[in-house]
Design a binder for this molecule. Structure first.
Ligand code: KG4
Ligand code: ZN
Length: 355
């Protein structure tokens, strides 16, 4: 059978790639509202990283509309692919493997990337590597910091995940704690929405908070105090109720004070627990990953606490913090080095992926 033959051939090719001097990976990311294709050499050198953002399209709906996202990915992907090759100055003959985000994310959006990747890998007769979006976010740090190596503690903060991980090796990690309800990015987006700020809310809150005061002194529930788990739905609801009460009573309030108070509360919680994880596990390196890792106040607090506790702090440069294909290419390279995640042509998209 043709499908079997492809996979059997790829097993051999994949094994050989481990020892190839320069490995060029073409990577694809389409899990949410960014269509991105990158060319990454040896896991760390980004030759191109083209991103077509759909933010403007979804902004008028106040959030990502899944069907609209899939349709936009379909129209964008082949041009983005061509542009990625041109910018990298390579042709498709130079591609050693194709890496693709298979989850977590929006089903229809992921399917566009996965199917494009399958077609490409098959026609070029190169291995296909299935990459988890969440682990991709961690690898954004390998691109930004050429000498960074595990072990370290990772604070994973995105629109879909909030967790603390002990990264023992490139492909070996232990979950230390995670959110019991909302992801922190979700809370940022919801609070922004109730304040009438455009989607995506995180960067808007970040900006607005700079001119505000921590007037409301919000706190998170004490129930998880002695754990490395998080809960953000309580604070989110508290902010939403506060704003609704103000509007019902037609009382004036400053949006910047609400933004600042919310941000102070959640960034305190994230930073404190990240340092606690480093101390508990005896690790002197802390890495932040995911879209909320772009938050200026969170980075400021982590930097400060790391200095105080003699811990090295790493965060990806801004363009690699939010969704991009370069981080998927880096992750694909390290999976290949350990002979993991080689996919067959029956690879499908998964909306949820366990940490
Ligand atoms: O990692 P990401 O791009 O996508 C997911 O994998 O979810 O993260 C998106 C999230 C959104 O919730 C967005 O509002 C948030 O990251 N975000 C920020 C900032 N930039 C993006 N949150 C707080 N401050 C920022 N500067
Ligand atoms: Zn992401």
């Amino acid at each position: 059978m043709l499908v079997m033959n492809y996979f059997e051939r790829m097993k051999e090719k994949y094994e050989k790639l481990k020892n190839k001097k320069d490995v060029m990976i073409l990577s694809i990311e389409s899990s949410c509202d960014e269509t991105s294709v990158a060319v990454v050499k040896n896991g760390r050198e980004v030759l191109s990283n083209i991103i077509a953002s759909q933010i403007e399209v979804h902004r008028r709906f106040g959030g990502v509309v899944p069907e609209v996202a899939s349709r936009n990915h379909i129209t964008a992907i082949s041009n983005i692919y061509k542009e990625a090759l041109e910018t990298a100055g390579i042709t498709n003959k130079d591609i050693d493997a194709v890496a693709v985000t298979y989850g977590a994310g929006l089903m229809g959006a992921l399917l566009v990337g996965v199917n494009f990747a399958k077609g490409l890998a098959y026609t070029l007769d190169v291995p296909l590597i299935a990459v988890s979006h969440v682990y991709g976010h961690i690898c954004a740090n390998y691109i930004s910091h050429p000498s960074l190596e595990p072990p370290f503690i990772c604070l994973m903060v995105s629109g879909g995940h909030t967790a603390l991980l002990q990264v023992e090796d490139y492909n070996k990690m232990t979950l230390l704690g995670s959110t019991v309800d909302d992801a922190v990015g979700e809370a940022f987006d919801k609070v922004a929405r109730v304040l009438g700020l455009p989607y995506p809310g995180g960067p808007e809150i970040d900006k607005l908070a700079k001119s505000g005061e921590n007037k409301y002194n919000f706190t998170v529930s004490k129930a998880l105090k002695n754990t490395l788990n998080f809960s953000f739905s309580g604070i989110k609801t508290e902010v939403v109720n506060l704003v609704h009460n103000f509007s019902q009573r037609q009382e004036e309030f400053k949006r910047e004070d609400v933004a600042c108070s919310f941000q102070e509360c959640v960034t305190d919680e994230l930073a404190t627990k990240a340092i606690k994880a480093c101390k508990q596990r005896g690790l002197k390196k802390l890495v932040v990953a995911g879209g909320v890792g772009a938050n200026s106040r969170l980075k400021e607090k982590l930097q400060h606490l790391c200095e105080e506790n003699n811990i090295e702090f790493y965060s990806p440069v801004l363009k690699y913090c939010t969704d991009n294909a370069a981080m998927i290419g880096s992750c694909g390279y390290y999976l290949m080095k350990d002979g993991l995640s080689l996919a067959n042509l029956d690879l499908t998209a998964k909306p949820n992926v366990d940490l």
